[in-house]
Design a protein around this ligand. Structure first.
Ligand code: SF4
Length: 404
């Protein structure tokens, strides 16, 4: 994957903007309605983005990515994503919880309970290696159901999704045009041939878990020797196959230091990652009942790292850094079906992988009602409460015309 900045990035973003203009003029909108929808979209992006970020894009497999949680452009999934976003912005009254219109955009879908590793932070620890509850047909039914609800991106997880490779390839083949398909993987089992098979089935990206820049620390965290080497091989295979690559790190108390973050970013750059995603350790799964939450000082270290990486023109070719918990403290919770949700390996639907509070099965006939219930209930985990010094941005804080 390659990260571009400067004139090249500006050109690509201009071409994307022209395509967005074309999409806004479609769907029976006249020029006035299109202009209004685009104004709202522009205000939304201005409020959500860091104004000091240098404009960069990551390129892989003939597509342009500006964020790891949005479909690549150009693609059918991107067009569906933009159309749905514009339609939501035209009608959304806003609930005061987040600036983002309520629209189920993506899901994290745990398709298996199988895994060979024993990671210290595993969210599915209590489920690992139990008998599978979902058949291959169930996987297809669930994803088709979410596609019909407007989902444009899926992150397959587990367990280790590569332990169910044939079913994964089948479901990706069926949905990959309409939905951008990504994997959360440890990289174990992701050799060159598997990467090529994934790419041919339509999978677009890999969220590769790398939890330290030092092999020994990563292997100790993952509970099995040799997993760092496997992850390094997987990164190479993914890039060769034209898959987008994001390195995802679990930021624990011991990891979260400026030195570790700097070295981690160097490693991600060397591996050809377009993105780094930082997930904070949370007291669920194997960490349940433990005091693993980062301190305010460590959250500040992460904020500084993200700003430095994304604003510094001298790092123009470095991976783009995404920090969902930081965004959540600023913008409000976007889980619980507002923008995304989590489907566990039993098919049960939760607000997110960290907040377990199932509302029902994704296979249930009354699932749309469950989704409404999930959204009404919401999910404001105390650890994600906005910091006192930073007022959360909401729809009502948008200047000028509201979104009603
Ligand atoms: S975190 Fe993922 S890779 Fe690690 S044990 Fe759990 S399912 Fe397996």
């Amino acid at each position: 994957m390659r990260v571009v900045a400067g004139r090249r990035a500006r050109l690509l973003r201009t071409l994307m903007a022209l395509d967005v203009l074309r999409l806004a003029l479609g769907d029976g909108r006249g020029p006035r309605r299109a202009a209004r929808a685009l104004r709202r979209l522009t205000r939304l992006l201005a409020a959500v983005r860091d104004p000091d970020e240098i404009g960069r894009c990551a390129l892989a497999g003939g597509r342009v990515y500006t964020h790891v949680h949005a479909p690549g452009w150009p693609s059918r999934a991107f067009a569906r994503h933009l159309r749905a976003e514009l339609a939501a912005l035209e009608t959304e009254a806003g609930d005061g919880g987040s600036i983002l219109p309520t629209r189920l955009q993506s899901i994290i879908f745990a398709i298996t309970k199988r895994c060979d590793l024993r990671c210290e932070h595993c969210c599915e620890w209590q489920q690992l290696d139990r008998p599978e509850a979902l058949s291959a047909a169930d996987l297809g039914r669930i994803l088709a159901r979410f596609r019909e609800l407007g989902v444009t991106q899926v992150h397959f997880s587990g367990g280790e999704p590569l332990r169910r490779l044939d079913d994964l390839l089948d479901v990706a083949r069926r949905e990959a045009g309409a939905i951008d398909c990504w994997l959360f993987t440890s990289g174990v089992g992701l050799d060159r041939q598997t990467a090529r098979r994934l790419r041919r089935a339509g999978v677009r990206g890999i969220n590769l878990s790398v939890d330290h820049w030092r092999a020994a620390e990563h292997d100790a965290f993952r509970g099995v020797p040799g997993t760092f080497a496997a992850a390094m091989g997987a990164a190479e295979a993914a890039c060769e196959a034209g898959l987008a690559l994001c390195l995802t790190v679990c930021a624990t108390r011991s990891f979260t230091t400026p030195e570790n973050l700097r070295r981690y970013a160097d490693l991600a750059g060397r591996l050809g990652a377009g993105f780094i995603q930082i997930l904070e350790a949370r007291a669920v799964g194997r960490y349940a009942g433990r005091d693993v939450a980062l301190t305010a000082a460590q959250v500040a270290v992460l904020d500084t790292f993200v700003a430095t990486m994304n604003r510094d023109a001298r790092r123009a070719a470095a991976p783009l850094v995404v920090y969902p918990a930081g965004d959540q403290r600023r913008l409000g919770c976007v889980g619980a079906g507002r923008r995304y949700l989590y489907v566990d390996p039993d098919g049960l639907v939760h607000p997110c992988p960290f907040c377990r509070d199932a509302v029902g099965s994704a296979l249930a006939a009354d699932f749309p009602a469950c989704l409404d219930a999930l959204r009404r209930r919401g999910c404001e985990h105390p650890a994600m409460a906005p910091r006192a010094a930073v007022a959360p941005v909401t729809l009502s804080t948008l200047s000028g015309e509201g979104c009603a």
